[in-house]
Design a binder for this molecule. Structure first.
Ligand code: ZN
Ligand code: MN
Length: 469
């Protein structure tokens, strides 16, 4: 009898604010250790936190995009634990009254992953283990986070991967976070349990802080299979927190069972309740940009494949560029082709893609696309031109010769076609004998004569007429 995997995620996303959540220190990544710190964020006695309103607004934007209810009143709470990455010995977070609840994110299959809650909290410092020493850097301490908690709705590691990728696209799109897993601005705790289909869920384990999507998939597969073999051997499962070892690909126990009561949560006495007026929530909702899913289907409706649409929509700057470049065009098909092929190959890395750094402007690309759509240049000439434009960072008029833009007269075109048949008698004979493949050579001849300007379909029908004579 089979087993069902049940997986839930707690995803920590660092918010893109300039300053930390309760003080004015810079919230940026990196910097010499312990330089972006002050008495508030390292928790010296007598200091008082002040809530960063920008962090609250970004959290609301995330909640709105994930279809959550946003609460006008929420409450900060103290989560008590002693660990060197937290100098106050408590983390200010939200417990009983989170900012957002009951959202969802839809996967490609149409399946909805339910989001139980999104709350705001402060990040902790970072520990470095060097031999027998432990070093601590508090630069990250106090950086604003949202924690996005799902229901245990995932059944496969693949669903988890897709959810995280979509979440990443969405949070970057809304400028809520840069979501760089390698820098820790998106981190995941994964809850895994297994059950016989229809049974109550089994005891779950939590895998802490796995820092890449592919490691998360590996950790889930390892952990689910470990639990299944334990249960099939008749053993009982412990509720525990485990760590994924990237080198060996296995999970190991880190610490025992942890429940909410262990943290002795209580309302944060140094901060008043968080109040957001319904008007402010509504104005944030109205200011939301067109979301990735909506834009993808808008592209599809205009004749683009879903794969191309998703590739362009992955980064907002790229998609905005594409929108400007295709303004007024009647079809997006050729444009999508050139964009995902030649233009994309100019991006040297993900950052270049994220910022959409390209040698030519959207307006320069549009000029080329308009010429192609109007039939003034052929698609193959457009490709040659685009190659030069991207190489030299210039406009289409600068790479095309004046005669490229002159219309090819009917007589000229007919003469080239006649010449093709006369010059390539073997190919012509083959076509006449029914070998359509041989048409390529004749077409190629005319395209070369026209330096790519002739329309392939027009040339083909002329050639066919000549050979039918
Ligand atoms: Zn500070
Ligand atoms: Mn948390």
């Amino acid at each position: 009898m089979s087993w069902e995997w049940m997986i839930g995620l707690e995803t920590h996303v660092e918010l893109s604010t300039k300053t930390k959540i309760f003080c004015g220190c810079a919230a940026k990544f990196g910097g010499p250790p312990n330089t972006n710190c002050c008495p508030v964020c390292i928790g010296l006695p007598g200091t008082l936190p002040t809530l960063n309103r920008k962090a609250v607004r970004l959290a609301i934007i995330a909640g709105l995009a994930l279809d959550c209810e946003i609460h006008c009143e929420s409450e900060m709470a103290r989560k008590n634990y002693v660990y060197p990455d937290l100098s106050k010995a408590y983390q200010i977070t939200q417990a009983e009254k989170p900012l957002c609840e009951n959202g969802s994110l839809r996967l490609e299959s149409g399946k909805e992953i339910r989001i139980q809650r999104i709350h705001i909290e402060e990040d902790a410092g970072k520990l470095f283990h060097q031999g027998n020493d432990v070093l601590v850097d508090y630069n990250r301490g106090g950086v604003p986070l949202i924690e996005i908690v799902t229901q245990p709705d995932f059944r496969t590691a693949e669903e988890v991967r897709e959810y995280l990728e979509r979440l990443q696209v969405l949070m970057r799109w809304l400028k809520v976070s840069d979501c760089k897993m390698q820098e820790g601005s998106l981190r995941c705790d994964v809850n895994v349990s297994v059950r016989r289909p229809g049974d109550v869920p089994g005891v779950r384990t939590e895998i802490k802080n796995v820092n890449s999507i592919s490691y998360i998939a590996k950790a889930i597969a390892y952990e689910a299979n470990r639990q299944i073999s334990l249960l099939e051997a008749g053993k009982t499962m412990e509720q525990e927190t485990r760590r994924f070892d990237e080198r060996t690909g296995i999970t190991r126990p880190m610490r025992g069972k942890e429940d909410a009561q262990d943290y002795r949560y209580f309302p944060e006495p140094d901060l008043p309740p968080v109040w957001i007026s319904p008007e402010e929530i509504e104005s944030l909702r109205h200011a939301l940009p067109e979301l990735p899913e909506a834009r993808t289907s808008r592209y599809q409706k205009r004749g683009m494949s879903r794969a191309d649409a998703k590739a362009i929509v992955k980064f907002k700057a790229v998609s905005d560029y594409f929108d400007r470049a295709t303004e007024g065009l009647s079809s997006l098909k050729a444009a999508a082709n050139l964009m995902t092929g030649m233009v994309f190959s100019c991006f040297v890395n993900e950052q270049a893609k994220e910022a959409c750094q390209l040698p030519i402007s959207a307006e320069q690309l549009r000029e080329l696309l308009q010429l192609a759509e109007a039939g003034e240049i052929s698609l193959s000439l457009a490709k040659t031109a685009l190659e030069k434009m991207l190489e030299q960072g210039v406009s289409v008029r600068q790479v095309l010769a004046p005669e490229d833009l002159q219309e090819i007269g009917e007589e000229t075109l007919q003469a080239w076609c006649e010449a093709a048949v006369a010059t390539l008698p073997k190919a012509a004979a083959d076509v006449r004998a029914g070998k359509q493949k041989a048409m390529g050579a004749l077409l190629g001849y005319v395209m070369k004569q026209s330096r790519g300007r002739a329309q392939a379909s027009e040339v083909q029908s002329r050639l066919a007429r000549i050979m039918a004579r």
